[in-house]
Design a protein around this ligand. Structure first.
Ligand SMILES: [Zn+2]
Length: 110
């Protein structure tokens, strides 16, 4: 079994990025990000996210990763906001909001 699960849309379940596209950024594959409004997001980083479309203006305002601009990234299937696309001089990556862990203790099938 793969150590890294694919990133999936939290609304429609579409695959956003394959598990083997997961990458470490600044030493970790998962980051907890808080925006100016106090919302907290647990995100995983991926080098490619074919299931996502970036949209909106690119900006470096309040960027979470120094030297990188960001845009919002949306699910291609349903359009929900799924994370962010970061662009730096030497790398481009997606930070996708991790789906909340299921509350149920049994199962684990999708
Ligand atoms: Zn979706």
């Amino acid at each position: 079994m793969s150590a890294s699960a694919a990133a999936r849309c939290h609304r429609c379940g579409a695959e956003l990025a394959a598990g083997d596209e997961a990458i470490d950024v600044d030493g970790a594959g998962q980051h907890r990000l808080a925006n100016r409004g106090g919302l907290v997001f647990d995100v995983r980083c991926f080098g490619h996210a074919p299931g996502c479309a970036a949209g909106g203006p690119a900006t470096d305002e309040d960027t979470w990763f120094a030297g990188h601009t960001w845009q919002r990234a949306f699910c291609r299937r349903c359009g929900v906001h799924a994370g962010w696309l970061f662009r730096g001089v030497t790398r481009v990556f997606f930070a996708l909001v991790a789906a909340p862990a299921p509350a149920r203790g049994s199962g684990g099938r999708r």
